[in-house]
Design a protein around this ligand. Structure first.
Ligand SMILES: NC(=O)c1ccc[n+]([C@@H]2O[C@H](COP(=O)([O-])OP(=O)(O)OC[C@H]3O[C@@H](n4cnc5c(N)ncnc54)[C@H](O)[C@@H]3O)[C@@H](O)[C@H]2O)c1
Length: 482
C-alpha cells in the first residue's frame, strides 16, 4: 500500500457505520492523514473494534486498522454525539438494503441524519457515502434543516454526495487508488471540503469530478447496473454458446479484446450477487417505475441473473437424467461467499444452490475458506447440510463437486485428489474457473457455463455411466481414477 507524503491539512472526520464501506473508509481516511472517529449503533461491533478485532473479512484491513488505531488517528465509539463533536465533516456509510418492494430502505440513513441533527454543536458538512436513490442528499439536507430549526439553529448544513466504488476483496486498494472520485455538491464552495479530504489522492493524479448531488447519486447506480448488465449479457451469450457448440471462453476473448468493449465483467457463470448489484438494479428499477420511466434493459438483466443462479442444479439434473435422480446424491460444495476475497454472503448464489440441492433430496457438504461463520448464521440448519472444515474434507464420500466461488485454493487444488474422492468423477464449475485440461486429464468430467464438455458437441452430454441401472452406480471403468 503506497504511503502518502505529509497531508496539506488534516481534517477531523466522523464516519457513521462500520460495515464494509464505513470501516474501510475510516481506516483509509486515517491512513491518508485525517483524524477519524468511526461510530456504529451496534455496540458489540464497536467493542470488538476497540479491542482490535475486525468483524468482517477483508484482505489488508486488519493491519491497516491496527496501525491507524495505534497511531491515534482512528478510534471507535457507539455514540454519534461523541463522533460528531469537533468533526469538520461526517460521512454516512450505513446500509441501504432493499425493502420488501425492491426499493432502497433508507431508514438507517435517515436515522443517521437524525442522530447528526441532535448532535451538531458547530457548523460542519455531511457526506453521503452510502448508495442512495437520486434526491436523497437533497432530502437529507431538508431533514437536517428542519431538525436544526427545531433546535433554534439556522445554519445551512451542506449535504454532499460522495458515492463509493470500492469492491469487497480489494476494498482498501480500491479506496486508496480509485479510478475516480465523484463529488456531488451544490456549489464549488461546498465541494471544497471534500477536495481537501481527498487531496492526498488527487495529488497523486486520481481524477476528481464535481457534479450535482443528483448526478453523483445516479452515476453510482449507472455504474453498478452497467456492470451487472455486462454479466447478464455475457451469460445470455453463454446460453447461446451452449446451444450452438461455441465456447464462451473463446467468445469472451474475441469480444473483450475489442478496445471499445474491454474484458472486464465479461465472465460467464452463475451471475452476480453480493450486497450491491442485486439491490442497486432493483432500487433503480423501483425508482424509475415511480417516475413512469420504463427499464426494459434492467428488467432483462435481473431475469438473466436469476436464471443463471439455477444453472448448477439444472446442469446436475441434466447430467443425472432428471431432478429425481439427485435424491440421495452427496454433493461437495466449494465456495459460499458471493465472490473470493470476502466473507459476505448477501445475495450469494450459494444460498440458492444449497436450498435447491437440499430440496431435491441431495446431501450437501459445504466449505468456504472464510465465510463459514456467516454461512452457519445465514443458512437454516438441515439434516442433509454439513459444514466441512476444509476443501478436502468436503469431498469425502461425495458423488460430485460443485464450485460456486473461485477462491485460489480451489483453483490450485490437485485434481488428482478430487478424482480419488469423487464417486462420479463429475465437477460442476459455476465460475468457469478451473483449468479444465488438467482436471480432465485427471479423469474428471468438468462442466462449465457456456462451454462444451470434453468432446461433447454441441449440447449437454449425458454422463457415460448413466444408463447402468442406478444412475449413481458409476462403473469403475468410467472413474478414470485408478
Ligand atoms: N459493500 C460494498 O462493497 C459496497 C460498495 C460500495 C458502496 N456500498 C454502499 O455503502 C453502503 C454501506 O454498505 P455496507 O456493505 O458497508 O453496509 P453494512 O451493512 O456492512 O454496514 C452498515 C453498518 O452501519 C451500521 N449502522 C446502521 N445504522 C446506523 C446508525 N444510525 N448509526 C451508526 N451505525 C449505523 C450498522 O450497524 C452496520 O455496521 C450501502 O449503501 C452500500 O450500497 C457498499
Amino acid at each position: 500500500m503506497s504511503d502518502s507524503s505529509p497531508i496539506a491539512r488534516s481534517l477531523r472526520i466522523a464516519v457513521i457505520g462500520t460495515g464494509y464501506v464505513g470501516l474501510v473508509s475510516a481506516a483509509c481516511l486515517a491512513h491518508i492523514g485525517h483524524h477519524v472517529t468511526a461510530v456504529d449503533s451496534d455496540a458489540g461491533k464497536v467493542h470488538a473494534l476497540q479491542r482490535g478485532a475486525i468483524p468482517i473479512y477483508e484482505a489488508g484491513l486488519q493491519p491497516l486498522v491496527a496501525a491507524q488505531a495505534r497511531d491515534g488517528r482512528l478510534s471507535f465509539t457507539d455514540s454519534t454525539a461523541d463522533a460528531v463533536h469537533g468533526a469538520d465533516l461526517v460521512f454516512i456509510a450505513v446500509g441501504t438494503p432493499p425493502d420488501a418492494h425492491g426499493a432502497a430502505d433508507l431508514r438507517a440513513l435517515m436515522q443517521a441524519v437524525e442522530d447528526i441533527a441532535v448532535s451538531i454543536v458547530h457548523p460542519l458538512a455531511v457526506v453521503i457515502k452510502s448508495t442512495v436513490p437520486v434526491g436523497t442528499s437533497d432530502a437529507a439536507r431538508a431533514a437536517l434543516r428542519g431538525a436544526l430549526a427545531r433546535r433554534g439553529i439556522d445554519w445551512e448544513v451542506p449535504v454532499l454526495s460522495n458515492p463509493e466504488f470500492l469492491r469487497e476483496g480489494t476494498a482498501t486498494e480500491d479506496f486508496l487508488n480509485p479510478a475516480r472520485i465523484l463529488i456531488g455538491a451544490r456549489t464549488a464552495q461546498e465541494a471544497g471540503v471534500l477536495k481537501q479530504v481527498y487531496e492526498p489522492l488527487t495529488r497523486r493524479g486520481v481524477p476528481l469530478l464535481v457534479m450535482s448531488p443528483r448526478s453523483a447519486e445516479l452515476s453510482k447506480y449507472a455504474a453498478n447496473t452497467m456492470l451487472a448488465a455486462r454479466i447478464s449479457f455475457i451469460n445470455e451469450i453463454a446460453d447461446i454458446a451452449q446451444a450452438t457448440g461455441a465456447d464462451i471462453e473463446e467468445v469472451r476473448e474475441g469480444l473483450g479484446s475489442d478496445p471499445r468493449i474491454g474484458p472486464a465483467f465479461l465472465k460467464a457463470g452463475i451471475g452476480y450477487g453480493g450486497s450491491c448489484f442485486p439491490k442497486d438494479v432493483s432500487s433503480l428499477r423501483h425508482a424509475a417505475r415511480g417516475l413512469g420511466v420504463p427499464t426494459d434493459v434492467l428488467a432483462a438483466v435481473e431475469r438473466v441473473n436469476e436464471r443463471h443462479r439455477h444453472w448448477p442444479v439444472e446442469r446436475l439434473a441434466q447430467a443425472y437424467g432428471g431432478r429425481a435422480a439427485l435424491r440421495g446424491l452427496r454433493v461437495a460444495v466449494w465456495g459460499l461467499a458471493f465472490k473470493p476475497g470476502t466473507d459476505d454472503l448477501r445475495e450469494a448464489a450459494s444460498l440458492v444452490v444449497l436450498r435447491e440441492l437440499i430440496d431435491a433430496g441431495a446431501t450437501v457438504a459445504a466449505y468456504d475458506p472464510v465465510a463459514m461463520r456467516n454461512a452457519v448464521a445465514a443458512v437454516p440448519a438441515h439434516a442433509r447440510l454439513e459444514w466441512r472444515a476444509s476443501a478436502a474434507d468436503a469431498l469425502t464420500d461425495a458423488n460430485v463437486l460443485v464450485l460456486l466461488t473461485e477462491w485460489r485454493e480451489f483453483i490450485d487444488f490437485p485434481p488428482e485428489r478430487v478424482a480419488e474422492q469423487l464417486k462420479d468423477a463429475l465437477v460442476i464449475d459455476g465460475r468457469n474457473a478451473l483449468p479444465t485440461a488438467r482436471w480432465e486429464a485427471a479423469g474428471l468430467q468438468v462442466h462449465q457455463v457456456g462451454r462444451p464438455v470434453g468432446d461433447a458437441h454441441p449440447s449437454v452430454p449425458v454422463m457415460p455411466w448413466r444408463d447402468a441401472g442406478d444412475p449413481r452406480a458409476r462403473p469403475a471403468a468410467a472413474a478414470g481414477t485408478s
